[in-house]
Write a protein that binds this ligand. Structure first.
Ligand SMILES: NC(=O)c1ccc[n+]([C@@H]2O[C@H](COP(=O)([O-])OP(=O)(O)OC[C@H]3O[C@@H](n4cnc5c(N)ncnc54)[C@H](OP(=O)(O)O)[C@@H]3O)[C@@H](O)[C@H]2O)c1
Length: 233
């Protein structure tokens, strides 16, 4: 079986659905991860992928999903959540736990469950969809006009900073893999309540696919913007 396979988590809508669509166009058999079976079925049908029920916070479900896939060439950890902006006094530990459950622990659970399938690939690639707001260099730019996510979203941005650290960890401990983080840029999706300033999510997806198709001598353990430029940690 020489067909290349990919799994995109949270692929029933938004950036994830565009990533899945582009990977189908690249010739991959794409498993369209969705926590809701019907939403996943509809998206998979629309883009020509295979629906895979996958809630990244459901460990038993992750194990079941992993058992269905023998070999995986590309894993895109895209599923993510964000809370509304909150002042420090409303940013409590429970909010961080909820956010980390999906954006961090979910990525670890899914990545680890699919490691055996990824190890069967001759060119395993993992793309972690992070966020520019996690960049401490960017977010502390003294000019708030240029500071990504200035003063906002403690749970979200810290969860993505943890995801960046995990990206480096996996890259350093998985020889032969290419594991990288992506900053998709602000996009008009449900996550941002279709932000008026948000760009086309399809453009962000192209950045994810570039990282999914890296050659064997491509970078690993890096943080890249959707346009391919390096993002400072
Ligand atoms: N949009 C932006 O401006 C932006 C900027 C930076 C980073 N990002 C990142 O890009 C990724 C995609 O976001 P998006 O903008 O495309 O948002 P979106 O349209 O809200 O899509 C998020 C996807 O994640 C899924 N999801 C959430 N919790 C899940 C869980 N527990 N298990 C499985 N799937 C789950 C959602 O499924 P349901 O439909 O079931 O909720 C949905 O498919 C996220 O990681 C986000 O943090 C987005």
């Amino acid at each position: 079986m020489n067909e290349r396979t990919a799994l995109v988590t949270g692929a029933n809508k938004g950036i994830g659905k565009h990533i899945a669509r582009l990977l189908v166009a690249e010739g991959f058999t794409v498993h369209v991860g969705s926590r809701d079976p019907e939403r996943g079925r509809l998206a998979a049908e629309e883009i020509g992928g295979l629906p895979l029920v996958l809630d990244v916070t459901d460990h038993a479900g992750i194990t079941r999903a992993a058992a269905r896939i023998d070999r995986l060439d590309v894993l895109v950890n895209n599923a993510g959540i964000a809370q509304s902006l909150a002042p420090p006094e409303d940013t409590d530990a429970d909010e961080l736990r909820r956010t980390f459950e999906t954006n961090v622990f979910g990525v670890v659970a899914v990545t680890n469950a699919f490691l055996p399938a990824l190890r069967r690939s001759p060119h395993p690639r993992v793309v972690n969809v992070s966020s520019g707001t996690s960049s401490l260099v960017w977010s502390t730019n003294p000019n708030p006009q240029f500071a990504h996510g200035h003063g906002s979203g403690a749970a979200y941005r810290s969860s993505k900073a943890a995801l960046n650290a995990l990206t480096v960890f996996y890259a350093q401990t998985l020889p032969g893999f290419r594991v990288n983080a992506l900053a998709p840029g602000l996009r008009a999706t449900d996550l941002t309540a279709r932000a008026a300033a948000g760009g086309d999510p399809a453009e962000a997806a192209e950045g994810a696919v570039r990282l999914a198709l890296l050659p064997d001598d491509g970078p690993t353990g890096g943080f890249f913007s959707w346009d391919g430029t390096t993002v400072p940690w």
